[in-house]
Design a protein around this ligand. Structure first.
Ligand code: MG
Length: 323
């Protein structure tokens, strides 16, 4: 019975993201893009017949053109769900708007800006879902109580994984989120694109491993969040993306292919994870396996080796018994 709520929540945020990601439609009018992002929660989200033309591509373009189909379903949801979806859509739109006029060609300014962007686009999803889980009665008040803390951390874990993986694609698009305060300590030039050159290989890998170590710091909070869930379907819904994330981090760790293409986990692996993440045992098993895989591959000369080993050992200690 939560399917429609989650579906509409997803499509509303997908609509926002389509506006955010369109780098052509609002090229000369960033103020129009900002206004759309800030007002979507009181325009598109709730207005019968609302439509936006010429923004996005493919199915996302169709979503905006025919968004009013979502409006009627939104209005059939409980008042509680509508309030949660509207609140998160408002705050995410405002957050995305605050990054529109920032030049992200060389990434975020610092780790604070990186964390804040991840909060807006993924942490808020964790918050909204947690509130939906509780308001629907599938989860207790304990889950809503951590909607701004542990649920945010869980969102950051997923988002950071994507940002790290998408290095090349985002750099080529001129919009990346790798924090300058981190990558500039590894680069010789002031261009993030330097890491794509084979001669920068060692420094690029050190930077990559630094950011992966940072993302792994979110794993413990994510696991703590999972320990509060009691409904199996809710558990699986949250656990599968997290297992995929730690599997992806293990694939990305110390992997030079991040700088020459898109690194993904193999389809068979993804299928296995999907089928085998049903309970705390499955979740802990996979976190344990991938933390061990990373631990084994920490290069002794890596500048963050001690930190990486420590966080992997913490994840292993936390999951050993259930695994
Ligand atoms: Mg986006």
């Amino acid at each position: 019975s939560l399917c429609m709520d989650v579906l509409i929540f997803y499509l509303a945020l997908r609509a926002l993201d389509t506006i955010e990601d369109d780098m052509v439609a609002f090229k000369d009018t960033p103020e129009v893009k900002i206004a759309h992002l800030q007002s979507f929660y009181r325009t598109g989200l709730v207005t019968d017949g609302w439509s936006m033309q010429g923004v996005g591509e493919g199915d996302e373009k169709v979503l905006l053109e025919q968004y009013s189909r979502c409006v009627s379903v939104f209005k059939s949801l409980s008042v509680g769900s509508q309030e949660i979806i509207s609140d998160i859509t408002m705050r995410m739109g405002a957050g995305m708007a605050s990054y529109v006029e920032q030049d992200l060609g060389q990434g975020c300014v610092d780790v604070e800006a990186y964390n804040l962007y991840c909060h807006y686009v993924a942490g808020l999803v964790g918050e909204g879902l947690s509130r939906l889980f509780t308001s629907s009665g599938y989860e207790t008040d304990r889950v809503a109580a951590v909607s701004r803390t542990l649920a945010n951390t869980m969102g950051l874990f997923l988002q950071k994984t994507n940002i790290i993986r998408d290095y090349l694609e985002d750099y080529v698009d001129g919009r990346t989120f790798w924090p300058q305060s981190v990558w500039k300590t590894y680069a010789l030039t002031s261009d993030l694109g330097e890491f794509a050159h084979p001669h920068a290989r060692e420094r690029a890998l050190a930077c990559l491993n630094h950011l992966i170590t940072d993302a792994l710091q979110c794993a413990q909070g994510a696991l703590e969040y999972m320990s509060l869930l009691q409904t199996e379907e809710v558990f699986r819904f949250c656990a599968i993306p997290q297992v995929m994330a730690i599997a992806t981090l293990a694939e990305l760790y110390d992997n030079p292919m991040v700088f020459s293409g898109v690194v993904k986990i193999r389809k068979g692996m993804a299928a296995q994870l999907l089928l085998d993440t049903k309970s705390m045992g499955g979740l802990h098993k996979w976190f344990n396996i991938f933390a061990r895989q990373i631990l084994k591959r920490v290069p002794p000369s890596d500048p963050n080796a001690a930190k990486t080993r420590k966080v992997c050992e913490e994840i292993i200690a936390l999951t050993d018994r259930n695994a």
